[in-house]
Design a protein around this ligand. Structure first.
Ligand code: 5AD
Ligand code: SF4
Length: 486
């Protein structure tokens, strides 16, 4: 990735900055405008929200001015993400002055974290709904109409929205997300997610398979199984992951692990590409690696955050793995899945991080040679262990400088990794027209690297063999050789 692009991505909070305006074919009387920020899970949740409100008579619109209901699906992962949301809410309130009947609601992690303060003290919104309470939206909207407060931030031990068919909106019609679990039990000390999304619970595999088959039947070509910690997926008839020990022998014997789920999905839709995100080193088992190696349609790509290369810092982060264990896992990945694409998440400037710890992060990056990654500087989040017990003692300039060094190292490694594809043929799933030229298409190879090539007669959704001729810092450039499948 080019330095400027990468920085833009990083500074823009990566997955935390982009707004998705959803527009669909829904028809109804009232108009819903929904914008999503943050992780893929939030984008996926917005499709569930659109589905619930569709049944309640809403159609979606791209034009906020004409909306009866404006929803913001929010992220709390870093302070900047929350600032973006507050700015956006201020904009919405300016528009509301012209249209006082318009209702404004906050969904997602920030709704859960800040709760009714957004409504009572800050008077920025009419409605506050946490990630496990979306089924309650129709009731809450009724309460609002009757002049009552509309807040539901109750976290659930069961909710997985498994019987709600998401309305696929705003996508490319080729790739789609399937949410397989909710919450996170890992309690990394920097992370607000366990507080905003609650305990870890897995979704019934049968409903996951049904959703995959439905997507295939509607012409989708790739699915990404989503969860905060997919390797921890465990279905034993419902219930929290932490209660598995108390389950009956029968439930234990028929339990489905993440590796089991991956295989079931791969077999149910053999013509689709399967991806998944996010993995965690401490929970990833060799079974998952063998499942990837065994099935051609499970992509050879793993997003494996490591956060820091220093075991001392990893301990303070409560990551559950050391530097050595991470490197050992990478070796197993390389052995079991030759030529697997691997990406990372890194946090620069966690409390007490020394220059030596930082050097450990850079050396781990060089040792692994990641294909790409998402890099952030530490942002203290209220009520997390780190906020309560550790002083945010690394000055901002130092955090930024370390982040720049991490980005530079990633650019060098990423470029070297891309070079290995030059002169080879890659199978590319075409996702759309290249941003730079209408004459070119773009897609991804198995390892998730972006490939651009002249359009000729190919089209989005095609699986094409592309001969790679060269690469920029983040993109492979080539020429189509033949159509594999349309
Ligand atoms: N500050 C900076 N980055 C964070 N992340 C999570 N919490 C924080 C925080 N408080 C990063 C981690 C995680 C990714 C989704 O966001 O790298 O893997
Ligand atoms: Fe946060 Fe750690 Fe869970 Fe990821 S694994 S959501 S970083 S607590």
């Amino acid at each position: 990735m080019q330095q400027d692009k990468l920085e833009e991505k990083v500074m823009d909070e990566s997955r935390q900055g982009e707004a998705l305006v959803i527009e669909g074919q829904l028809t109804g009387k009232k108009k819903l405008y929904i914008e999503s920020y943050g992780c893929q899970m939030n984008f996926s949740d917005s499709e569930i929200v659109a589905s619930i409100l569709h049944k309640d008579g809403y159609e979606t619109t791209r034009n906020m001015e004409e909306a009866d209901l404006v929803l913001l699906n929010t992220c709390s992962i870093r302070d900047k993400a929350e600032q973006t949301v507050r700015n956006r809410l201020a904009n919405f309130n300016t528009i509301k002055k012209e249209n006082p009947d318009m209702k404004i609601g906050v969904l997602g992690c920030m709704a859960e974290r800040v709760k009714s303060k957004l409504l009572d003290e800050e008077k920025l919104v009419d409605l506050v709904v946490g990630p496990d309470a979306y089924r309650d939206l129709p009731n809450l909207l009724e309460e609002l109409d009757e002049g009552r407060k509309a807040v539901n931030v109750i976290l659930s031990k069961e909710e997985t929205y498994d019987n709600i068919a998401p309305v696929r909106l705003g996508g490319n019609g080729i790739t789609a997300f399937i949410s397989i679990m909710r919450g996170c039990d890992n309690m990394c000390t920097f992370c607000v997610v366990p507080f905003t999304r609650g305990r870890e619970r897995s979704r019934d595999p049968q409903t996951i398979l049904e959703e995959a088959i439905d997507l295939r039947d509607r012409g989708y070509k790739e699915i990404t199984l989503l969860g905060q910690n997919v390797d921890s997926y465990l279905w034993y008839g419902g219930g929290l992951k932490k209660d598995f020990d108390k389950a009956s022998d029968m439930a234990k014997a028929t339990a489905v692990s993440f590796a089991g789920l991956l295989e079931k999905v791969a077999e149910a839709v053999p013509e689709m590409r399967i991806r998944f995100s996010t993995s965690n080193p401490q929970d990833m088992t060799d079974d998952v690696l063998h499942a990837i190696a065994k099935h051609d349609n499970i992509c050879n790509y793993i997003h494996l955050p490591f956060q820091s290369g220093s075991t001392r810092v990893l301990e303070l982060m409560n990551r559950g793995h050391t530097r050595e264990q991470y490197l050992d896992l990478i070796q197993r990945v390389r052995r079991i899945i030759p030529d697997c694409g691997i990406s990372h998440d890194i946090i620069a400037g966690f409390p007490t991080e020394t220059e030596e710890d930082h050097e450990d992060t850079l050396s781990l990056m060089r040792e692994v040679e990641f294909d790409f990654g998402y890099m952030f500087f530490y942002s203290e989040r209220p009520n997390t262990f780190a906020a309560r017990k550790l002083e945010d003692d690394i000055p901002l300039e130092v955090k930024k400088r370390r982040l720049q060094e991490i980005i530079k190292t990633q650019n060098e490694c990423g470029q070297r990794r891309l070079q290995r594809f030059v002169g080879t043929d890659q199978i590319v799933l075409v996702e759309g027209t290249s941003k730079k030229s209408d004459d070119d298409l773009f897609g991804r190879n198995d390892q998730n690297s972006v490939v651009v090539f002249p359009r000729e007669d190919y089209q989005p959704g095609d699986l094409v063999k592309v001969s790679v001729k060269s690469c920029t810092s983040a993109t492979l450039l080539g020429e189509a050789k033949e159509l594999i499948r349309r």
